[in-house]
Each structure stands twice: as structure tokens, then as C-alpha cells.
Write a protein that binds this ligand. Structure first.
Ligand code: ADP
Ligand code: MG
Length: 365
């Protein structure tokens, strides 16, 4: 049976004087849902899972499972199972005995433990692999065994700490399909952490963005894309255009001119962000153009190209746009830019320079 997990104000400070690894983190994981915690490396994702699993103790806040506070409950009695980036199998044991291991430790008779192991191997599409030594498996198969082992514990909550990030793209997508399939068949409660927005999008009902140990925003992925709450969220989801300006009465004024914002924003300084795939590049003479600028950089992205357009003016602005498939533009060309109203968002400015984490290549995918 799947449990309901509630994290309430979880805080973890490793050393006095250091910023907290996690600060006041609150998140609901309803029974049967999959919630992803998305954040760059070092943002506190594993800390969330370790505190949830009881592998580490919070300095503040609590973990509740079906309304019960788990403070003081040891990891093995929390009804949770975790899968890590590394599968951590016993290489000398057979695949079946790896999956049956927890049952055997619990005192389940050998034969019954093996039958249950077979069942869970079937669930992860490894029927017939039971007799193989674990060391004879490929990386993707190892991770399936790790998942089978976690499922065999019949956890009320399944905790996944970047379990697919060491796999190549094809295997990773296979594992995404497998997890989606398991969700339909078993309806588990899943708390997943990942640094990959595409993975969070593919697997989770709700995504909670973590940066520097603090929750930035939680909601369905499309909501985070449409209306990021902060620069950290915008950057993590691949946003590159950031135009500082001032908001007054729902209009953002900057070097791009006066642009209406589709959602309510408080008056005052604000940074306009627009996703590259939303920006349309047109002729500078197009009356629909919101701004005019010069292409300064062209980068390939599969069949499409990503262009950076510099808009002149006080401070200037760099707008990134993804061209239509097959469309080409040389650097130096003057173009018009259309920023569709629905795709504009304004986020608060941040003091100082962005954190290294927010700027890391990983967070930009
Ligand atoms: P993530 O999983 O998002 O990469 P972590 O939760 O592992 O991040 O770590 C969050 C922050 O806490 C990092 O700055 C990390 O260096 C720090 N941290 C994690 N564990 C410890 C520890 N045992 N002692 C000191 N600092 C730690
Ligand atoms: Mg981690």
C-alpha cells in the first residue's frame, strides 16, 4: 500500500557557520503520486532523501508518513526503500538472491523469498535472469535489479536518488518507460531526485525546484515553464534570456521597450525571462516585432539552431531564440524579435552574481 509523505520545514546544517544544506523544506507527496525534486548539483537533493529515509537526522522540521511523525524511527522501520545512482548489488550473489536478500534477512523462508524475487524480477522485465551472477549484468540491468530489490521490500514510499543519471540516453529512456509502467501497475508513492528537467518532466506529477538548499517553486512542470518564480528556476529549465527592467501596472519596461506581462506582477524592479523556443525571429520591418537586434551567435541544437540576438540600448539585452527546423541565420544579420505575451514572465532580481550551481553546465542541460 502506498503511503502519504509530508515533509515539514526540514532543515539540515552540517557545520556551524556554513550555509544549511537544506533550509525549511516543505513538500507533500500524496499517496500514489510521483514527486520530483529538481536541482543542480549540491542544491540539497540527496539531503532531502537522506532525511526522509532516516539515514540522517534533521536539525529542524519533521517527516510524516500517513500522518505519523517518524522522528527517532530507524531507517529499516520507516517502510521506505531507496535506489541510488550506483546499484550497490552483491556481485558474488545471483540476481535472484540479490533481490531476495532483504526477505532472507527478515527470516522469510528461502523458497518463498525466491518466489517473491522472481515476481519482482518479472516486474522489471528481467524474467529468466535470476540465476546469473550480479557481476555479469550491464549497467541498465543492474539498475533494474536494484529497482526490483527496492520493490521487494514493499515500501510505502519509494525513494530514488538520481537512479538513471549514470545510464546512457537510450537506457535512461527505457528506465523511464519502466517506471511509468510500474506506476500504473503498483501505484507506488515515489519521491525522485534529479538534476535533469527532462527526467522530472517525463516522470513526475509535481516538480519541486531546489536551489542552495531552499525550495524555489513546486508545481506541475508546465506551470514552472510558463511562470518560473525565480531566476534559479528559469535557468534550471533552460531559460537564458534575462532582461532587467521595471514593472509598473503590469507592463515591464526595459531596453526591449514596454511589454505587457500576462500574469500579475508587483510593481518595482523585475527581470523579464522568455524561453528560447517561444521567441520568434522575424524581419526587422515586421510590424509584429517587439524589438530589433543583431544576431551575434549561432549554436546548433539538433535540427534547430539557437541564436543569440543583441538588442542595443542602455545596458543592452541578449535574447536567445530557437529557430524553426531547418531555418538558418548568419551572425551579423539584423532581425526582429516577437516575444508572445503568454510566454513572458517576470521574476525578482537577485543581489550579486548567480551561484556557481545555477550557472553550472549541468543545470543548463
Ligand atoms: P545534491 O544531492 O543536490 O547534489 P547534497 O544534498 O548531497 O546535494 O548536498 C547539499 C550540500 O550539503 C552540499 O553543499 C554538500 O557539500 C553539503 N553536504 C552534504 N553532506 C555533507 C556532510 N556530511 N558534511 C558537510 N557537508 C555536507
Ligand atoms: Mg545527490
Amino acid at each position: 500500500m502506498s503511503g502519504t509523505l509530508e515533509l515539514r520545514g526540514l532543515t539540515r546544517v552540517h557545520a556551524a557557520g556554513q550555509p544549511p544544506a537544506l533550509a525549511g523544506f516543505t513538500l507533500d507527496v500524496p499517496a500514489g503520486s510521483c514527486v520530483a525534486v529538481l536541482g543542480p548539483s549540491g542544491s540539497g537533493k540527496s539531503t532531502v532523501l537522506r532525511l526522509t529515509a532516516g539515514l540522517d537526522s534533521p536539525d529542524g522540521g519533521s517527516v510524516l508518513l500517513d500522518g505519523r511523525d517518524l522522528a527517532g524511527v530507524p531507517p529499516e522501520r520507516r517502510g521506505m526503500a531507496m535506489v541510488f545512482q550506483r546499484p550497490l548489488l552483491f556481485p558474488h550473489l545471483s540476481v535472484r538472491d540479490n533481490v531476495a536478500f532483504a526477505d532472507r534477512v527478515r527470516g522469510v523462508p528461502r523458497r518463498q523469498a525466491r518466489e517473491r524475487a522472481e515476481h519482482h524480477l518479472e516486474l522489471v522485465a528481467l524474467r529468466g535472469y535470476g540465476d546469473r551472477p550480479a557481476r555479469a549484468l550491464s549497467g541498465g540491468q543492474e539498475q533494474r535489479v536494484a529497482l526490483a530489490r527496492a520493490l521487494a521490500a514493499e515500501p510505502r514510499v519509494l525513494l530514488l536518488d538520481e537512479p538513471f543519471s549514470a545510464l546512457d540516453t537510450t537506457l535512461r529512456e527505457e528506465m523511464h518507460d519502466l517506471l511509468a509502467d510500474l506506476r500504473v501497475r503498483l501505484d507506488p508513492t515515489v519521491l525522485l531526485v534529479t538534476h535533469d528537467p527532462a527526467e522530472a518532466d517525463a516522470l513526475a506529477d509535481t516538480v519541486a525546484v531546489l536551489d542552495g538548499g531552499r525550495l524555489q517553486q513546486a508545481g506541475p512542470m508546465r506551470e514552472l515553464y510558463a511562470a518560473p518564480a525565480s531566476l534559479a528556476v528559469s535557468r534550471l529549465l533552460g531559460g537564458r534570456t534575462e532582461v532587467p527592467g521595471t514593472v509598473r501596472d503590469g507592463v515591464h519596461s526595459s531596453v526591449l521597450g514596454a511589454l505587457a506581462v500576462p500574469r500579475p506582477v508587483p510593481d518595482g524592479p523585475g527581470v523579464l525571462v522568455v524561453r528560447p523556443e517561444a521567441v520568434r525571429v522575424t524581419s526587422p520591418a515586421d510590424p509584429a516585432a517587439d524589438a530589433t537586434g543583431t544576431v551575434v551567435r549561432v549554436r546548433r541544437r539538433g535540427l534547430r539552431a539557437l541564436v543569440a540576438v543583441e538588442v542595443p540600448g542602455p545596458g543592452g539585452a541578449s535574447v536567445e531564440a530557437e529557430l524553426a527546423t531547418g531555418e538558418e541565420l548568419p551572425a551579423g544579420r539584423t532581425v526582429g524579435l516577437v516575444l508572445p505575451v503568454a510566454d513572458r514572465a517576470v521574476v525578482p532580481p537577485v543581489d550579486g552574481t548567480p551561484s556557481d550551481a545555477a550557472r553550472s553546465p549541468i543545470s543548463h542541460g
